[in-house]
Design a protein. Structure first.
Length: 188
């Protein structure tokens, strides 16, 4: 559907290095975006998707390893962020999936929305930083995930491709009806 260029963050070295290793080994080549939800996210990294039949449920495949979560206070799930899928259904899981990732699509929020979300956050969580508030009100994102997920990269070019994929027709499991294949290369 197009080309995206992403940058990986040095603040999350475990995820950066694991992702780069997978790209160099061509682990993601010919896998599918197996989940696409407008104003939320697109997800990939399931190796079983390479040979999956149309409409087959996906999202459970991957290596027999997890990675330790690396949430960082300056890295937020704003539109275009690349993040790790938790290893369990717990949002604050201390481990992430060994290969699956998602790109944040999200939506924009106004200050009142963010105030309401901040009020619902646990007392132990820091409020949204001014930088996060600026991003959530201008480019959008997923503020309810702030501080809970490992954000390890961002889209530098190709946000329009992210939107195209997120808005592609999907089945009831949010899998695109027409396969969206991934091909990744490391740029010099």
């Amino acid at each position: 559907m197009g080309r995206m260029v992403i940058a990986l963050y040095n603040e999350t070295p475990v995820h950066r290095d694991a992702f780069l290793r997978s790209v160099r080994e061509r682990y993601y080549d010919s896998t599918l975006i197996h989940r696409a939800i407008p104003e939320f996210l697109i997800q990939g990294g399931d190796p079983t998707s390479r040979t999956a039949e149309p409409g087959a449920p996906l999202g459970n495949g991957g290596p027999d390893r997890t990675l330790p979560s690396e949430p960082h206070p300056r890295l937020h799930p704003v539109k275009g962020a690349l993040a790790a899928v938790p290893a369990t259904t717990e949002p604050a899981a201390d481990q992430t999936h060994g290969s699956q990732f998602f790109f944040v699509v999200g939506r924009t929020y106004n200050a009142t929305d963010l105030d309401r979300l901040a009020a619902r956050r646990k007392d132990t969580e820091a409020p949204f930083t001014p930088e996060a508030v600026e991003a959530y009100t201008t480019v959008g994102g997923l503020p309810h995930m702030d501080g809970h997920y490992t954000v390890f990269g961002e889209v530098l070019e190709g946000l329009e491709v992210l939107d195209l994929i997120a808005n592609t027709p999907c089945n009831q499991q949010d899998r695109p009806i027409t396969d969206v294949r991934i091909w990744m290369r490391e740029l010099p």
